[in-house]
Design a protein around this ligand. Sequence first.
Ligand code: ZN
Length: 90
Amino acid sequence: MVAGHQECVKCGAELSRIHAVACSRAGALIDHLGRGIPVGRRLGPTVIDWVINALAKEMKPDQADLIVEAIDKIERECRGRERSATGFWS
Ligand SMILES: [Zn+2]
């Protein structure tokens, strides 16, 4: 979802996965899911990674929707993906 060297559209900082989750507040959407995951099963740098890795085999539709929403929030807010098509952010 977030790859390579890129600046955050929202704040101009270097855009890493960890930055994007915090900056867009996407992590807040699934924070309650992340808290339910035991520390030993928290695989990856962000709460989104924890949830995807922990729930991959038994993810409920509402949980999957929240993850999609969180990733979409990052794409919109930190990468400006939708708006870049119009040139607004460039
Ligand atoms: Zn940012």
